[in-house]
Design a protein around this ligand. Structure first.
Ligand SMILES: [Zn+2]
Ligand SMILES: [Zn+2]
Length: 284
């Protein structure tokens, strides 16, 4: 390993992460940096090694682990607009609310405990709060770190996109499960913007199937973001939030998704409230 000081990096392109991320066709993708150079396999991922019996066989190079992480990352379906988001650049400073700091620390604790328990950990997080506070930023940052630092299989699901695909699939005789299985089976799943939209009976049936399948499997961890809260008067409302008369202040999450899905989610996930000012409106 080359020597370096705390403030300098050997590769300015990747800041020594050995990979670079970019937004390709609306999804975040990672590729090995040009500085990543495996001398053992010259980048092929395979080496020819002689076994005890004197016969040479092709086997995986030790760099395969790195390449597997990049592959998992590229299959995670993280929306392109979150290309640079990480727990390290989540803003909590004043005048933002102290609950944002708590939300960040819950996220860090979650990763630490998940890794300590070697994945035998099933309680996820549900980030609740008004739009623009960084709920998805936190959820996406968690899975980025789980994948790239620890090689955990994670996915991000855009529920609206999934519903659209399922609907489209009916016309082509493709079963619902073909679209849902990759998300139902994945170790860690982010469900973004839960309860957004009309929540028709059909949509809730799909959601129920989806949540129940993950609920029944102890091995799965689900991270959820939603603009809705578990109760309307949670005691942490501010004048700002009371002035808003959007759907998220008029309905509870339970009213939006029904008691059965709601109670399962509450068992599956620890609640994390976010409160503060919408940073997107501050950036103007
Ligand atoms: Zn580099
Ligand atoms: Zn190699």
């Amino acid at each position: 390993m080359k020597s370096k000081t705390a403030n300098s990096v050997n590769c300015s392109t990747c800041r020594d992460h050995q990979y670079v991320v970019s937004n390709k066709k609306g999804k975040v993708q990672a590729t090995a940096c040009k500085c990543f150079d495996c001398e053992l396999c010259q980048g092929t991922g395979r080496i020819l090694a002689e076994g005890a019996d004197g016969i040479s066989r092709i086997s995986e190079c030790q760099c395969a682990d790195f390449n597997k992480k990049l592959k998992l990352f590229n299959q995670a379906g993280i929306p392109g607009k979150f290309v640079h988001e990480s727990l390290g650049n989540f803003e909590v400073a004043t005048p933002r609310h102290r609950l944002l700091k708590d939300a960040l620390s819950h996220s860090r604790t979650f990763i630490k405990e998940f890794i300590q328990m070697k994945g035998q950990y099933s309680q996820g997080l549900i980030f609740m709060g008004e739009p623009g506070l960084g709920k998805t930023h936190l959820a996406v940052s968690i899975i980025k770190e789980l994948i790239l630092a620890h090689g955990v299989e994670c996915k991000f699901v855009d529920f609206f996109e999934l519903l659209r695909d399922i609907r489209h699939g009916y016309g082509e005789d493709i079963s619902e499960s073909e679209f849902m299985d990759p998300y139902v089976d994945v170790k860690v799943l982010v469900i973004d913007e839960l309860a957004k939209g009309r929540n028709t009976e059909w949509e809730l049936t799909i959601l129920d199937h989806f949540i129940s399948a993950r609920y029944n499997d102890d091995d799965k961890v689900t991270l959820v973001t939603t603009n809705f809260r578990d109760k309307l008067d949670s005691g942490i409302g501010t004048e700002d939030s009371k002035k808003l008369s959007n759907a998220s202040t008029r309905y509870t999450l339970e009213e939006k998704i029904g008691p059965r899905i709601f109670s399962r989610l509450m068992e599956m996930c620890k609640k994390v409230y976010l409160q503060g000012k919408d940073f997107r409106s501050e950036r103007v």
